[in-house]
Write a protein that binds this ligand. Structure first.
Ligand code: UDX
Length: 458
């Protein structure tokens, strides 16, 4: 093929590490950079510092191939790369609304200062619209002007648990560029992805657009997904009031291809490192731009999402025959098993996890909360130290007055309700993700409550 540019990925968190490893797999020469020496040492030693299916193996394979290296040295990265992808984190600001761009600033200026030849700096982190222009100004300030360093924007759409596939086989590539040269460089940088698709008889659509649109695509996609989830959770609320079953309602509307059945599962709502933070930052940015009104509905999307958590707490109080005061329920002395701590199954991520938020509230209300999660316990313990963690599902459930299934891990979906019933002191279950076979649980003598579904009494 054509000359393949050498690629660097700055920030080896979840995003950057996954990209660096997968692009080496596609045949590019790659350096992953981070200021965190411990992280870089781990990666260079063949260990992925987070959990993502299939990534460990690809890391070791590509370290061995010699195409993949890791570095903490800006000068080395600047000297090596033709295209530099900025993959650092953009956490929520302390005020909870806007995005904190200090890591973007550090990475761009650190790199730009060391550049000695023309290169393309490509933003990938999720940022407020307008950031690409600001990055251009940073580059103008820090890179030697005679080099003509350029900036582009190319958002990513990684889903945890599918990240390797999402990088190797994306359903689209989006690039925001200002020049033919930048477009050509990004073409070359994506050639491996396009070629792989061609060998598999697929095509990857490429949307080439301006900076603002490329930045907006990412937050618009996440806002849409969050809205879809909150829509079906709003229908769950209505079903709860009207005595309907939202799982059948979702099935029925999902057959309409204009609606589609994906991201239409009612339950405890969305969490994780992206959707909750992104819809808040998006609203804040729209407000600054004078378009706040257009995104006012995202405030409702957020509120609907939060109400699902309260709903589970209320159900818990109801099922345990406890009072519910202005400060919440009174659960002193109740033993509650919480199954699930991560924000979704097949992940160890507990950021903004609805399951953990519910566990925390139950604990504050006085319940003796025993949490079990197949992979998230270590992270959960750090995020929420004051509940009890158990090493097995059976240990969490033993002696419980109430079992709450709050993340839909396969281990819980396939658990035997009769066997679990032998361990508990009260057969009460809240299915916070509508992931259990209600009829089986009811047959095994459990009082069952789902989300947006009629009550199931034993
Ligand atoms: C999301 C986007 O999907 C991805 O494209 C973007 O790049 C980053 O944010 P991720 O955070 O990994 O990815 O999680 P995702 O699989 O999208 O799930 C988000 C949350 O929504 C989870 O808490 C999940 O439990 C919840 N969800 C999802 C529902 O409650 N119902 C659904 O039908 C789907």
């Amino acid at each position: 093929g054509a000359h393949r540019p050498r690629l660097t990925f700055l920030g080896t968190g979840y995003l950057g590490a996954t990209y660096a490893i997968c692009f080496a797999e596609l045949g590019y020469e790659v350096i992953g950079f981070d200021v965190d020496e411990a992280k870089i040492a781990k990666l260079a030693g063949g260990e992925v510092p987070f959990h993502e299916a299939g990534l460990d193996e690809l890391l070791r394979k590509n370290l061995a191939s010699g195409r993949l290296r890791f570095s903490t040295d800006y000068a080395e990265v600047a000297e090596f790369g033709d295209v530099h992808f900025i993959c650092v984190g953009t956490p929520q600001r302390a005020d909870g609304m806007g995005a904190d761009l200090r890591y973007v600033e550090a990475a761009v200026s650190g790199l730009a200062r060391h550049l000695t030849r023309k290169a393309l700096i490509v933003g990938k982190s999720t940022v407020p619209v307008g950031t690409a222009e600001w990055v251009e100004q940073l580059v103008a300030k820090h890179a030697p002007s005679e080099l003509g360093v350029e900036v582009a924007w190319s958002p990513e759409f990684l889903q945890e648990g599918h990240a390797v596939e999402d990088v190797l086989r994306p359903n689209r590539i989006v690039v925001g560029v200002r020049s033919e040269w930048a477009a050509a460089m990004l073409d070359a940088a994506h050639e491996g992805v396009v070629t792989l698709a061609a060998t598999e008889d697929r095509e990857v659509p490429v949307v080439v657009t301006d900076f603002a649109t490329a930045e907006l695509v990412k937050v618009a996609a996440n806002a849409f997904l969050a809205t879809k989830i909150s829509f079906i959770n709003a229908m769950a609320e209505v079903c709860e009031a009207a005595g309907g079953d939202v799982t059948n309602l979702a099935r029925a509307i999902g057959y309409d291809p204009r609606i589609g059945n994906r991201f239409l599962r009612a339950g405890l709502g969305f969490g994780g490192g992206c959707l909750p933070k992104d819809i808040r930052a998006f609203q804040a940015r729209a407000q600054e731009l004078g378009a706040g009104e257009a995104l006012r509905f995202l405030h409702e999307v957020d509120l609907i999402n939060q109400r699902r958590r309260s709903r589970v707490v209320r159900l818990a109080a109801d099922m345990l025959d406890r009072g519910y005061g202005p400060a919440g329920p009174e659960l002193a002395g109740a033993r509650v098993a919480v199954l699930g701590a991560t924000f979704k199954p097949d992940s160890d991520d507990v950021r903004d996890s609805p399951a953990l938020a519910v566990a925390a509230t139950l604990g504050k209300a006085g319940a003796d909360v025993r949490v079990y999660d197949p992979q998230g316990i270590d992270n959960a313990r750090r995020a929420l130290p004051d509940v009890t963690y158990e090493a097995t599902m059976a240990d969490a459930v033993r002696g419980a007055d109430l079992v709450c299934v709050l993340t839909e891990w396969a281990e819980f979906r396939t658990a035997d309700p009769a066997a679990l019933g032998e361990l508990v002191s009260g057969r009460r279950v809240i299915d916070g993700r509508n992931c259990l076979e209600a009829a089986e649980w009811i047959r095994a003598g459990w009082q069952y409550r789902g989300m947006g579904r009629p009550d199931g009494e034993a």
